[in-house]
Every structure is written in structure tokens, then in C-alpha cells.
Write a protein that binds this ligand. Structure first.
Ligand code: EPU
Length: 419
């Protein structure tokens, strides 16, 4: 079993280069199934979710060449099966994008129910509703999804809730459909714009991504023959911004899009941190104890749920009381129990967590319950006094490239140890 051993406290100082966005990359890879040809994707984060995505694509017939650890060339000319490997698709959430892409490419797919972080109920009814509006039939039987369409036809799709996954999935299924699809009440996250930009680079006709109405005019074919670079990771950047505040450090993040970080910047300034915005890089520093604040997680451009646990670390050590209202997921406060083992005073009740700020956290053995909880514990361990041992690293490795190396470069005393 592996664990991260962090000895703190260390004010993190220096530069971090932000990787490509996990939640964009895990959609771009299935999107290549719509291309009858070859394309190159660069700035891919080197994380386990990407390795599994590549394995799934290879099992479907794609040929993948790794140009370096962050770039692949993928040939999707011959897709040889419409059955996705159930053991691999159940390992992560974004495997549901295989459905939209394969409905578009082959009109058929059999795939296991997606896995991923356990954050409470994670239904896919809005994805299914969208596919059905375009003419597909979708059946679920003992954990397997069977989707089929003789011919997909563009249609208006209204999303009952704002869903990142359903917006992207319906967009994927509509790219090669006959006629026009509109997605109303679409999600607006940066990764949605990135997937639309990627598909448009390959010949699709998608307009309005990044607003709440997306219009997709179906095209006959995507041509490939292009190179695309994945958008910088908003959540990785936000994690380091909050790490700078939690450790009272001074970090400059390179390769980020600061426009995507505005809600985080606003909260950092509110709690007493400092931010200098250079457009494609950002400096964050904090030289005093942050003050308490209230946060509500919301779809983009609101404060992201995927940074809620990292913000929780800052608030656990703030001067005063704070409240976080988690409006996206039912079960995203599991990390608070771990922070309490480190001396925090947090009470989680349903969708709210109440923080009574303590002056210091102390090291303890802690367990990451999901990806962002794991990242939050790394931040907490760096800020805390003494030794923190973090277990269940498989969650962290799904979404952060080389987390310990990046933290070590900015001064953290962190080692990966095999027990
Ligand atoms: N929802 C439904 N029905 C659906 C789809 C979603 O009720 O058909 C609900 C969900 O239960 C949730 C809300 O709608 O309450 C939003 O879910 P969404 O579909 O937006 O989430 P997702 O696509 O499954 C992605 C990210 C998550 C991130 C959320 C919200 C990927 C692979 N995952 O999930 O990322 O928390 O959007 O921004 O893109 C993470 O990276 O750690 C992570 C969990």
C-alpha cells in the first residue's frame, strides 16, 4: 500500500506549471471516436484516468502512439467493436462519453455503468433523455447500458438540471446527426468549450459553447488531420491557489487561463489573500491568517464543487466561523472528518458544513475518500504542524499529475512511501 508522508508546516513558494485539464481530456479522448482518421492531442495530463481512457479506445480498435508523456497521436479509422470493456469503463466516471461518441460513430454501443468518485447519487437520466430526443433507444440491464440508433436526428434538448456530463455527451451524439440540435440550459464549464473547440477543429459545427444555449449543426464527417492542445486545468490551478493561502505562501502558476479562476480569486481576496492576474499566469500569496467566509458551490462561473474541499482546508484555519453550502453533490464532506482528526472543528450536516476556525492543524493519519478530498489533505498536510500520512492515493492519482513532485518543487516535504 502506498501513502504520502507530508511534514509541515511549509509556506509553499515558487512556480508551478499547470497541466492540461482532466475533465476536458477525459471527454476529448472519446470524442476522437467521431473522427474517421488521425489526430494529435497535446497537453494531456499524465494521470490514471487518461491511461484507462486510452486502453478503452484501443480495445474499441483505435491505434494510439505516445509522442511523449503528455501527447498522443490517435488513429480512429477502424473502430472494430461496439462493446466497450466493462471492467475498464466501470473504473471512472467519464466512460459515459463513450455512449454519445459511439452513437454518433456507429449508431450502437454496449457499455458498463460508469464508476468514479463516490459523491452521492450520480444519475445519468439527462444524458439518456438527450440521446432519446435524437432518436436513440437506451436500455439498462444489470449494470450494462445498451444504446442504439438507426439514424440520429438533430432535436431540441432541454436539460432539467445543469449537467457537465450530459451537455458534453449530447453534444458528442449530435455532431454527426442529421440536422440541428439545440441544448438549452447547457453547462458552461471551460471543459465544455474545450470539447466544442476540439470538435470544431476537426470539422464539426458547434456554436454557443460557454453559454447556456448550444447549437450543433450536424456534419457528415469529421476529418481529423489536426493537432489540439487541452485547456489548462482550472481545478489544478485552483488547488495550488488555495494551497498558497492555506500555507501562507507565495505561488506563481504558469499555463493557466485566469478568466477561469475568477470565482476562486474573488474568494481568496475576500478571506484576505492577494492575487495578481497576468492573463496566462497568476500569483497568489497570503501573509496573514485568512478570515472566515461563506461559500456556495455552483455550476460555472460559480465557485466549483471540485475546489470545495481545498477551500475547506483554508476555512478550517481561518479567523472566525465559516459555512460551506454544497449544492452539487450529496456526499462531498467526507474530508471534514479527516480534517477533524488533524484538529479542525467542522460540523457537516447534509449539504452544509460549519467551520469554527482553529489557529493550527496538526499531522495525523488520514484517508482520501475521493479525488478532491485527497488533494485537500495534501494541502492540509503541508499547512499542518508535524507528520501527516495520506492513504488511498489511487483517488489522487486519477486526477493530479505528479502531485508530490509538484508540491516538492515549491518546498513541501512530501514523500511517496510503499508500506
Ligand atoms: N445529474 C442528474 N442527472 C444527470 C446528470 C447529472 O441529476 O443525468 C446531477 C448530478 O447528480 C449532480 C448535478 O446534476 O447533482 C451535476 O452533475 P454533472 O453531470 O454536472 O457532473 P458530472 O458530469 O458527473 C463533472 C465532473 C465532476 C464535477 C461535476 C460538477 C467530469 C468527469 N466530472 O461530473 O468532477 O464535480 O462535473 O462540476 O467531468 C472531479 O473532477 O473531482 C469531479 C467529481
Amino acid at each position: 500500500m502506498e501513502k504520502l508522508v507530508v511534514t509541515g508546516p511549509t509556506p509553499l513558494k515558487g512556480e508551478v506549471v499547470i497541466s492540461g485539464a482532466k475533465n476536458a481530456a477525459v471527454a476529448l479522448l472519446p470524442a476522437t471516436l467521431l473522427i474517421d482518421g488521425v489526430c494529435t492531442i497535446e497537453n494531456l495530463p499524465n494521470i490514471s484516468d487518461i491511461k484507462i481512457s486510452c486502453e478503452i479506445l484501443e480495445k474499441l480498435g483505435a491505434k494510439i502512439t505516445w509522442n511523449n508523456k503528455n501527447s498522443i497521436t490517435i488513429d480512429t479509422t477502424n473502430i472494430t467493436t461496439t462493446t466497450a470493456p466493462l471492467d475498464l469503463t466501470s473504473k471512472f466516471r467519464a466512460s459515459y462519453y463513450i455512449i454519445g461518441a459511439m452513437l454518433g460513430r456507429k449508431g450502437e454501443i454496449e457499455v458498463g455503468m460508469p464508476g468514479g468518485c463516490k459523491l452521492g447519487a450520480r444519475p445519468i437520466d439527462q444524458h439518456i433523455k438527450g440521446f432519446e430526443m435524437l432518436g436513440a433507444t437506451v436500455n439498462l440491464d444489470r449494470g450494462t447500458i445498451y444504446a442504439k440508433a438507426d439514424k440520429l436526428k438533430g432535436a431540441p434538448v432541454y436539460m432539467d438540471i445543469v449537467s457537465v456530463g450530459a451537455t458534453i455527451n449530447v453534444m458528442l451524439s449530435a455532431v454527426l446527426a442529421e440536422g440541428t440540435t439545440t441544448i438549452d440550459n447547457a453547462a458552461k464549464e471551460p471543459h465544455i468549450v474545450d470539447v466544442a473547440n476540439f470538435l470544431n477543429t476537426m470539422g464539426a459545427d458547434i456554436r454557443g459553447a460557454g453559454t447556456d444555449v448550444i447549437k450543433i449543426n450536424g456534419v457528415k464527417k469529421l476529418h481529423g488531420n489536426a493537432t489540439y492542445s487541452v485547456v489548462p486545468d482550472q481545478i489544478e490551478a485552483g488547488t495550488f491557489m488555495l494551497a498558497a493561502v492555506a500555507t501562507r505562501g507565495d505561488l506563481t502558476l504558469k499555463n493557466c487561463i485566469t478568466k477561469h479562476l475568477e470565482s476562486i480569486t474573488a474568494k481568496i481576496v475576500e478571506v484576505g489573500g492577494n492575487v495578481e492576474d497576468y492573463g496566462d499566469s497568476i500569483r497568489v500569496w497570503c501573509d496573514k491568517r485568512p478570515s472566515g467566509a461563506n461559500i456556495k458551490t455552483l455550476p460555472y462561473p460559480g465557485f466549483p464543487t471540485d475546489l470545495q474541499p481545498q477551500m475547506g482546508v483554508v476555512l478550517s484555519m481561518a479567523n472566525g466561523t465559516s459555512r460551506i453550502n454544497e449544492s452539487i453533490w450529496d456526499s462531498r464532506f467526507q474530508y471534514t472528518q479527516e480534517l477533524n482528526k488533524m484538529g479542525a472543528k467542522i460540523t457537516a450536516e447534509g449539504k452544509n458544513a460549519f467551520f469554527e476556525g482553529v489557529e493550527k492543524l496538526h499531522g495525523a493519519p488520514v484517508y482520501s475518500s475521493d479525488l478532491r478530498a485527497g488533494a485537500a489533505l495534501v494541502v492540509a498536510g503541508t499547512a499542518a504542524e508535524g507528520v501527516t500520512e495520506i492513504y488511498n492515493l489511487e483517488h489522487i492519482d486519477r486526477g493530479y499529475e505528479n502531485i508530490e513532485e509538484k508540491f516538492r518543487k515549491i518546498g513541501a516535504k512530501i514523500e511517496r512511501v510503499t508500506e
